[in-house]
Design a protein around this ligand. Sequence first.
Ligand code: SF4
Length: 340
Amino acid sequence: MLQSLFGYDLNALQSIAEKLNLGQSAAVKMYKYIYNAGVSSINDMVTISAKKRNLLKRYYTTDIVSFSDVQVSVDGTKKYLFDYGDFRLVEAAYIPEDNRATLCISSQVGCKMSCSFCMTARQGFHANLTVAEILNQIAAIPERDKITNIVFMGMGEPFDNADNVFKAIDIITHQQGFGIAPGKVTVSTIGIIPGINRLFAETKCNLAISLHNPFSHERKQIMPVENRYKLNDIMDIITGLSVKEQQRVFFEYILFDGVNDSQDHILELSKLLNNMSCKVNVIRFHPIPGSDLKSPDEDSVIKFMRDLNSKGVVATVRKSRGQDIFAACGLLSTQKKANP
Ligand code: SF4
């Protein structure tokens, strides 16, 4: 059976080039063709001789998986669904804005972290995505050449699939790969400390921490990860790390009505974040089926942000996008599984 080269890193392509006697420069050429140019066939690798291409074609393809469904929001956001087989449905959201276009990609099928506000958590954990399956979300959408920013904020906890996520980041940010600058790539985590350390040691990508509550005992109620990786330890690690130039740290704060939106929360957040160079993204919660958590009204969200600002914390409200198309992560794939 033919195997796709898509997902292979430069070392793996070099091994293939050596094995097939394709010459010294073939691996770099293949790498550029696959990721930078996005060729659909080995035939399109025209700077590799026809004889060598034919040899390569005996064993390999450059096949990727097309999306199986797309929903388009009135605001231009698109939610793509990929069916990787064995009920492994994965979502990616394309979010165009005035001066940039962000693709939010998934790292796992389902998730084992059990955050109570999250639709993906309801699916349980099914599988880690391979490097090819992570990158496929970028390569297979019609807007691939318009993408300016990548965020790992889709289904799954990226640092629970760290090896594949870091290999994918390498290809995304490599100049001869997808060529997206590290400063345009953000990895969002609920606070898996080994992954945070690796992100700062191995990349120049941005970090987003899903914070959602500054009080450990309350955070545990909605994010069981707090039992293993405590917020205070996460903060110690981040403040102790040498953040590289242009590498940014964000905190995501989903606002739940009556749960994490009091003046006490604002005061505690300001104590936690005031000495850090960071930004808080305040996000209005959108209710999910079967959850008691409620959405605050828009005025309360703005007031929360302003109160944070008045305490010296840089905070903005993240605009909700694609609400009419199940843009909250995990909703579309959960619906598809229920009604295939
Ligand atoms: S919020 Fe993220 S880490 Fe938590 S369950 Fe959902 S996908 Fe997993």
